[in-house]
Design a protein. Structure first.
Length: 364
């Protein structure tokens, strides 16, 4: 029996499904109909291949993760039916709740496609297990990662997704202070506590090239140091560094292409970004030699400096334009998911590393 990273990933993915299904979480009202009425609605007149594909594909990862968690935990019974039942109940709950959102339309066909997608995802994992792929992954994981490393693995897997919403600085995740100040100001409006809220005397200014270069360096170094906390072998650490840099560049290019068009996919790759990336690559390869505890200490230090510098930068001047582009058509619910990951990822890393140090110290 193994503690599988599939369980926390399934929980996170379920949260993303809830967010995507109920966005924008506004104008809730009782529309005078039972929430299950859609189950008896007539067949829709029009179907699109995109809608069918999205509803199938949207729940397939959830079914796959739930099945993988069952198999990795040694619970082979109901590895097909349990994921489908759980995902189907979640999909049904989302469709019923959509009846209270005027901007959303509950659909029996969406529910059936979601359930089928989860079944297909679980079936694929079971087939892979029968072909020995899960056992091979277990052996690879035991060679690459230390025991009790699933939290670090989950965070490493989420890092590229956190880069999908274009940040103000390349690889800049965790920029929340400006939004947090606005939210707190709105919350305390018309109360005496508003006078206690610290107010900046000047507007945030764009980062100097040297500061931007340092942010880029730290933005790439942080996931590498996180990997060093759960990977011991130096050669495998070096491979991880190359994977982090490669995936970070690829996802940042994809994000820019989705936001501003393919012609501007590499517009973010200015001189400060190039120098910062090169320095991060060299420094990360050098740090493959340090023990995990040193990596954890450097990671916490890097996070502190990085978040302090990054939150001194204003939001991108093109934020409104970017938001408008992502909210058109098929990106209408996806932009919020990526943005929330980008906001929370470095703080989740900080909590994970501190808990890892505390747990290992408690054992000694």
């Amino acid at each position: 029996m193994h503690k599988s990273a599939a369980w926390p990933l399934a929980l996170i993915y379920s949260g993303l499904v809830v967010y995507a299904s109920l966005y924008p979480f506004a104008d809730w009202r009782d529309q005078g109909i039972a929430p299950w009425v859609f189950l008896g609605a007539p067949l829709p007149r029009y179907w699109t291949g995109f809608d069918v594909a999205v509803n199938l594909a949207g729940y397939a990862p959830l079914g796959a993760l739930l099945a993988l968690g069952k198999i990795r935990s040694g619970q082979l019974r109901h590895a097909l039916t349990m994921p489908m039942i759980v995902a189907s109940l979640l999909a049904l709950a989302m469709e019923m709740l959509q009846s209270y959102l005027p901007a959303r339309i509950p659909s029996r066909e969406d529910w059936l496609l979601n359930s089928t997608g989860s079944l297909l995802g679980a079936a694929c994992v079971i087939l892979l297990a029968k072909w020995g792929a899960i056992d091979r992954w277990s052996r690879i994981r035991s060679r690459w990662f230390v025991p009790q490393s699933r939290g670090g693995m989950v965070l490493l897997a989420l890092w590229p997704l956190a880069l999908l919403f274009p940040p103000a600085v390349p690889f800049g995740v965790g920029q929340v202070m400006e939004r947090l100040e606005e939210a707190v100001g709105e919350l305390l409006a018309d109360t005496p506590f508003l006078d206690w809220l610290p107010v900046r005397e000047t507007d945030l200014q764009p980062l100097l090239p040297g500061t931007e270069m340092l942010c880029v360096l730290l933005g790439l170094l942080i996931p590498c140091l996180l990997g060093f906390c759960v990977i011991r072998a130096r050669v495998r650490r070096a491979v991880l560094v190359l994977m982090v840099v490669g995936s970070g560049v690829a996802v940042s290019g994809l994000s820019a292409a989705l936001s501003w068009g393919p012609l501007h996919a590499w517009a973010w790759l200015g001189l400060p970004a190039q120098v910062g990336m090169a320095m991060a690559l060299v420094l990360a390869l050098v740090l493959t030699l340090v023990p995990w505890r040193t990596s954890a200490g450097l990671l916490l230090l890097a996070l502190g400096v990085y978040l302090s510098l990054l939150n001194q930068a204003p939001e991108s001047a093109y934020f409104t334009q970017t938001l408008h582009a992502w909210e058109q058509g098929r990106f209408i619910r996806f932009h919020g998911l990526a943005q929330w990951l980008g906001w929370l990822w470095p703080y989740a890393v900080m909590v994970y590393v501190l808990s890892m140090i505390w747990q290992r110290d408690a054992k000694n």
